[in-house]
Design a protein around this ligand. Structure first.
Ligand code: FE
Ligand code: CA
Length: 508
């Protein structure tokens, strides 16, 4: 039996052999973007790679079909072969590869590798789920803006090698390149100084070509590749995979892009997202219409995880989109407004009612907990504070479900809180805990406003918008432990991480 540590040494040694982009030594090496696995079940999962010898300029593969060999082994040295097969890809999907594995055993590690001609990909690990296991470990992560920090946190995730990584969105950002070096945002005492440590490739992305090259840029990072190789992932997009704060078919700036332009942009973003993610289903595209199946349920030992999609079916934001919040207006309480759409809400409620799991996770994008900003009765209308009627319905449904836990991202600020039956009334019964991850690398330029407001929000036990990182979740039969990991020095790609705060639900 080979230890996890040994696997990581092997996989990082393989990563070190991957040629740097633009390196002339072997500029036809196709596996520049690494490998990934995802959507694990008790009998399989999805394996992913993409052939891209020239990843930042469309991939560099000639048009047409290519056969890709893959092997799945019981050992990380890739000696004990279980599956040795071939999958065909083509320029239709920019030579991305998705393999749906079936027939594996529950709760086991499997290692996989892809081959084209003489070239071998790095080796990745897929761990199947086991509904009977007494514990499970997840890394919760979101928001990895390329320019404002290194992916140091991903190195720590790869070393921890959890059963699954849950990424709740902002995998890429759509903006154009900024100048390298020091920047200052805002003025006076609230000004935030930050550093652009590396640059986006080109201007704001809008076309399929752009979205593909942006995904490739992000995926060229060795720490991100290592985290993908170390564990299977569950992924659901938030806004920046398409455009800031989009809702359904409505962009945040309808004066700057017509609905038709936004439809085409969203279609391109969905297609490129699928091409780079270890997910089962491609977008359904008919004419200019596109739809992605992102939400779903997975069972990991004591936890049933429901991953939601809160962008594709949501009602448009109301009451303004000022930062970090806007004065409350009556429209935010409109019962017809939804984050998920009716169909997804119905599906979620059915899943929760039927679940026999000791912990019931709702992993989604934005903060569910109410958060009142100190400058008055102000709330962030892009979060659940702008969709209060649906929040109330969900909390009523969660009351009576065993140990609901909400996981969130989006706000670049870590948070641990209690969710109450009447969310604005702490004396009403506690229904759930919420844990929000800070960003992997995105700035929280509103951090002072969040910290100032903490005393007005006593249901929130912990906030930290000042540091980058992710959250380690360890679930047992009667306890959920969240460890908030933070990067000591965001300007160093080799910075250590440490646990800033630990929350155990059995102590609360
Ligand atoms: Fe973000
Ligand atoms: Ca977001």
């Amino acid at each position: 039996m080979i230890s996890r540590r040994r696997f990581l040494q092997t996989s990082s040694a393989l990563l070190a052999l991957t040629p740097v982009i633009g390196n002339g030594a072997n500029n036809r090496y196709p596996f520049t973007l690494g490998v990934a696995s995802g959507s694990p079940s008790d009998s399989g999962g999805i394996l992913w790679t993409r052939l891209a010898p020239d990843p930042l300029r469309g991939g560099g593969m000639p048009a047409g079909r290519v056969e890709v060999r893959y092997r799945v082994c019981r050992d990380q040295a890739m000696r004990s072969t279980l599956i040795d097969d071939v999958v065909v890809t083509s320029d239709d999907k920019v030579h991305s590869v998705h393999v749906a594995l079936q027939g594996l055993e529950a709760g086991r590690d499997y290692w996989y590798q892809f081959y084209v001609g003489e070239d071998e990909s790095p080796v990745g690990r897929l761990r199947t789920t086991d509904p009977r296991a007494a514990s499970a470990r997840f890394a919760l992560a979101s928001c990895q803006a390329w320019e404002t920090g290194y992916y140091t946190a991903w190195r720590d995730v790869a070393e921890w090698a959890p059963d699954c990584v849950i990424h709740v969105g902002d995998y890429i950002y759509e903006g154009g390149a900024s100048a390298l070096g020091r920047h200052r945002r805002g003025s006076g005492e609230t000004a935030l100084e930050y550093e652009v440590v590396r640059q986006h490739n080109g201007g704001e992305i809008t076309t399929l070509w752009d979205y593909r090259n942006r995904h490739a840029l992000y995926r060229s990072d060795p720490h991100l590749q290592a985290a993908h190789a170390a564990s299977p992932w569950l992924v659901a997009m938030d806004d920046h995979e398409v455009d800031n704060n989009w809702a359904g078919l409505i962009p945040q700036d309808p004066w700057a892009q017509t609905e038709q332009e936004f439809r085409i942009r969203r279609l391109a973003a969905f297609k490129a997202w699928y091409e780079h993610m270890p997910v089962a289903q491609p977008p359904v595209i008919q004419g200019l219409e596109s739809r992605l199946q992102m939400y779903g349920a997975w069972r990991f030992g004591p936890a049933q995880v429901h991953l939601l999609d809160t962008r594709q079916y949501r009602s448009d934001q109301v009451c303004g989109d000022g930062f970090p919040g806007e004065p409350a207006c009556a429209r935010r309480d409109d019962p017809g407004r939804s984050m998920t759409g009716d169909e997804q809400e119905k599906w979620l409620l059915q899943q929760l009612v039927r679940s026999e799991a000791p912990f019931n996770v709702i992993a989604q994008q934005t903060w569910m907990t109410p958060y009142r900003y100190a400058s008055g009765d102000r709330y962030n209308m892009d979060q659940w504070d702008g969709y209060t009627a649906q929040r109330r319905r969900l909390l009523e449904a969660m009351h009576g479900v065993r140990n609901p836990v909400v996981l969130s991202g989006d706000w670049h600020c870590a948070q641990a809180s209690s969710l109450h039956l009447d969310p604005e009334d702490r004396s009403s019964p506690r229904v759930a805990f919420e844990f929000a991850s800070t960003s992997i690398s995105s700035l929280c330029s509103w951090q002072d406003r969040v910290h100032e407001a903490a005393p007005d929000n006593p249901h929130v036990t912990y906030v930290n918008g000042r540091q980058r990182g992710y959250t380690r979740c360890t679930v047992g039969l009667d306890n959920w432990c969240s460890e908030f990991r933070v990067v000591d020095d965001p300007l160093s790609a080799s910075s250590p991480l440490r646990t800033d705060f630990e929350f155990n639900t059995r102590d609360a």
